[in-house]
Each structure stands twice: as C-alpha cells, then as structure tokens.
Design a protein around this ligand. Structure first.
Ligand code: ZN
Length: 501
C-alpha cells in the first residue's frame, strides 16, 4: 500500500470508529438526561453491542496495515505522525488487552458500581473491599498487558492523560502539597467567618436556567451548536464539534451551584466547539487529554467567573434575573465566591482545598497499584491523609473513602487530571493576561471574545496535535508548574481573609 492510499484508508476507517464513539456518547447523554428508568436493561445491551463493534473496528487488519504504512512514512513531528500516535492509544488497547480481560473488567465495573452504592449507603467499606481488590488486580493485569514490565500507574494514567508519567507528576504534587497545606492551615486558624447570607435566597429554577444560559452565551458558547439540560451530575459531552451537550443542576436556595457548574461545563463546551474543523473524524480532531479539558473548564469557572470584572458586568443581569435576591454589590459578592472551608467531600470543596483532596487520592491509588498499600488498609490511610493535609478526620467511610465513583468504576489515574487541569488553567490564564493586557477590564465591559480567541489560537485549534505537556509549554512558554495556581490562591485568600501562610 502506498502512503496516499494508506492515508485515505486510515481516514475512512477512523471516521467510522469516531462515529461509533459519538453514538456511544449520545447514548450516554440520553441515559443521563432523558431515558426512563425502565430503559436500563436494553440500553446496557446496546452499549455492549456498540463496544463490540468498536473493538472489531480497532482490530481490523486493514486499519493496522494502513496505520503501519503511515507510521513508517510519516516524518517525525508531522501532522500524520500525530494522527498515528493518537490513534495508537486506542488501537493498542484493543490489540494488546485480551478480549477476555476487557470483558472481565467491564463486568467487574458493573458489579463494583452496584456494591459501591450499597456500601456507601451503609457507610460500610468492608462491603466494597472485595470488589475493589478485584478491580485493582484486573487493572494491574491490564497495565501489564499494555506495557509488560512497565510502571502500572503510568499505564493507567495514559488512558486519561497520554504522555503523563507518575515520576513527572510526583514533584508537581509534592510542591503543591507543601505550599498549599500551610495556606489552608492559616485560613482555618485565623480566618474570620465570611458572611454568606447574600448568596442565600429564593432562586427559581427557570430563572437560574435563563441566567446561566445568558452567562454561557456571553462567554461564547454557541447554542446553535449545543444544548443545556438537567441531570443529577453536571457534565459536558461533545457528540460533534457542532453538537455539544452540557448539563446542569441547581440549588433553589443558592445560585452558586448552578452558575459555577454551568460556567465550568461551558468551558468544556467551548473547547469542544473550538476543536479543529478540518480534522473532524480524525484522532487529531479530538481533545488531547482530560487534564487539558479540565484546564478549559476551570479557567472559565474560576479565573473568569469568580473575578471582580466578571461580576461588575454580570451583576445587573443577576439583579434582573433575581429581583427578590438579597441586595449585593461586587465587593460584597466577591468573597462569597472564594470562601475556604476544609470539608470531607471533594465535589463540594472550594478552590483552595480542592487540590488537597486530589493529592490524597493520587497518593493512595498509586500506592495501591504498586502494591505498597493493601485494600483493607485503605480507610485508615485515607483518614490519616485527610487529617494530615486538611486537618479533619472523616467520621465514616461514606464521607471518606467511599465518596467517589471513580475507583468503583475501576478508574485509577483519573483523579490527577483534575489538578493538572487546575494548574494548567492558572498558567494559561496568566499567559493570556501577559499577551492581552487587562483582562479584568475586558470582563467588566462584557468583552470575553479576546480571551476566547486566545484560547482558540493557543489550545483549541490544535486538538491533539501535541501531547498535553508540549501544548501547555507552547501556549505559555514554560512547562506545567504549580506556581501560577499557588500565586492565584495566595492572592485570593489574602484578599478574602487577610491571611497568608
Ligand atoms: Zn470538568
């Protein structure tokens, strides 16, 4: 096969695989937003059939032949080489991991999820321990199949954050832990309580929906190419570049849950809508990693959405949407968006403590995979780390080790992407500020387009042309580090609480 034939075949075959993935995404969106409870059984069958088709397509000798030819002839650093590298992530998994193991993992995930729900309800870790042990063991086997003799945690990380290595993450997390812990301790010890009453009131759902849509539209989310629907847990799925589905939830007594949820998902959505149009259906046309995805959501949620400039612009719209809400101005509003309070539950954590929650999980899951920690010792290790990093000790397993769904689904190596994304958000925002000037003043004038254009140019349009570490370095001029995040957190904490560590 000559190169141009190989490239054409690769493009055709990959386009079909991408469609199968999109159909799966659509089923998932439907399940979370529309499907009646009775649909579960038939849906599980559809998903399994689809997975089978995808597995077969990824194992097709014709695809492998086309990929091999492309790989041999593609110049290093070329676009085609990037397509091959990115495609191989999926192909390798389909080829190297035995079908029997894949099936066993899928079954263990279903069983794991079910026992995890029961265990969490009963706050009884012992109910779940056996299943978790099995999941850890199966993932170890998968890692060994993917990279014989290699680092098991790296093999897991690779599924979510291609190119990331435990050895590179370790110093990043150590640095963050070392500098963030004293800051949080200082707040706990000395901070006066922030009066949060202005955030509490009567916020009707339809008005919250309209307000959130207005914010998402203002920052550039295109509703002709996207939707916003209710779900239990907010998420965003890019079915296609022009079909991006976001979801939201709300608290009728506090606007912050919906507003920051929607700004977060809008950040994911803007990334999906900005992926390279000319690479549609090709590996490079997809987002590069979960960490980079999270950098976009955190950037709009935190660095834009919690800024004074943003609220100078948004407050008149807020008053219009919620005429009965407590009277508030920007100076009164701002501290309500940056409160720090150590808590047990990650998803409810504030900006400053959030990454310590992740540090706990990072520490534990890599110890598990490396056999340095036994599953039965997990609750105690968890509680000890919470005490050490956040100064609080969970009273039961439901508020501790059983709170997250990830391990129950056999997802190890997923958590660090949240913190990588948060670090990258701060670093990208700082770089954009250096290039664009006074971003706060722009936000106050309702001008979000310059920042979006900057992100389109430096991040979105590249898709997965570069792996995440290279993308961040190209966009910001330096490798990913915790510095900008720490500077941002120090500054907000100092302003809200008048303390620094
Ligand atoms: Zn997110």
């Amino acid at each position: 096969m000559d190169l141009s034939t190989a490239e054409r075949r690769f493009r055709e075959l990959w386009g079909d695989i991408r469609d199968l993935i999109s159909v799966g995404d659509l089923l998932e969106w439907d399940q979370e937003t529309q499907m009646p409870a009775g649909g579960v059984e038939s849906r599980a069958k559809m998903v399994a059939t689809l997975e089978g088709l995808k597995h077969r397509a990824l194992n097709a000798p014709e695809l492998h032949e086309a990929l091999d030819t492309c790989a041999e002839s593609a110049p290093e650093g070329s676009l085609l080489a990037a397509q091959v590298r990115s495609a191989r992530l999926d192909v390798d998994r389909a080829v190297k991991v035995p079908a029997s193991l894949t099936r066993e993992i899928a079954e263990a995930r279903v069983g794991g999820l079910e026992t995890w729900r029961r265990a969490r309800e009963a706050a009884d870790f012992d109910l779940f321990a056996g299943h978790l042990e099995k999941l850890v063991e199966l993932r170890r086997q998968e890692a060994a199949a993917l990279d014989p003799g290699g680092n098991a945690y790296d093999a897991m990380l690779h599924l979510f954050e291609p190119g990331a290595k435990e050895a590179d993450l370790e110093p990043l997390f150590a640095d963050l832990r070392e500098k963030l812990t004293p800051l949080v301790q200082a707040v706990i010890e000395r901070a006066p309580q922030v009066d949060e009453t202005p955030a509490a009131g009567d916020f009707p759902a339809d008005r919250q929906h309209a307000f959130c849509r207005r914010l998402a539209t203002a920052i550039g989310f295109d509703f002709d190419s996207g939707r916003l629907d209710l779900s239990t847990h907010p998420f965003c799925i890019g079915i296609a570049r022009q079909d991006v589905r976001m979801t939201w939830r709300y608290d009728p007594r506090d606007f912050r849950s919906a507003v920051f949820g929607v700004l977060h998902e809008s950040g994911h959505g803007l990334y999906e809508q900005g992926l390279p149009a000319d690479q549609r259906g090709m590996p490079v046309g997809d987002a590069v990693s979960l960490g980079v995805h999270e950098s976009q959501s955190r950037l709009w949620e935190n660095h834009v959405g919690r800024s004074r400039g943003f609220w100078s612009w948004a407050l008149p719209h807020y008053r219009e949407a919620f005429p009965d809400a407590p009277e508030v101005d920007v100076d009164r509003m701002w501290p309500l968006l940056h409160t720090v309070r150590p808590s047990f539950i990650r998803v409810e954590a504030d900006e400053a403590t959030y990454n310590l929650h992740i540090a706990v999980r990072f520490e534990i899951e890599r110890a598990l995979l490396a056999r340095k920690l036994e599953v039965r010792d997990l609750p105690e290790a968890w509680d000890d780390l919470y005490e050490q990093l956040l100064g609080i000790r969970p009273e039961n397993a439901a508020d501790g080790v059983l709170q997250d769904i990830h391990w129950a689904q056999g997802m190890f190596g997923y958590f660090p992407t949240y913190t990588l994304g948060t670090m990258a958000a701060a670093q990208l925002f700082a770089a954009a500020g250096r290039d664009l000037g006074d971003l706060e003043a722009m936000f106050a004038a309702g001008e979000f387009q310059p920042l979006l254009d900057w992100l389109r140019e430096n991040v979105h349009r590249h898709g997965s042309r570069w792996q995440a570490p290279e993308l961040i370095e190209r966009a910001t001029g330096s490798p990913l580090a915790a510095d900008d995040l720490l500077a941002y957190l120090r500054q907000t904490t100092e302003e809200v609480y008048g303390v620094s560590e």
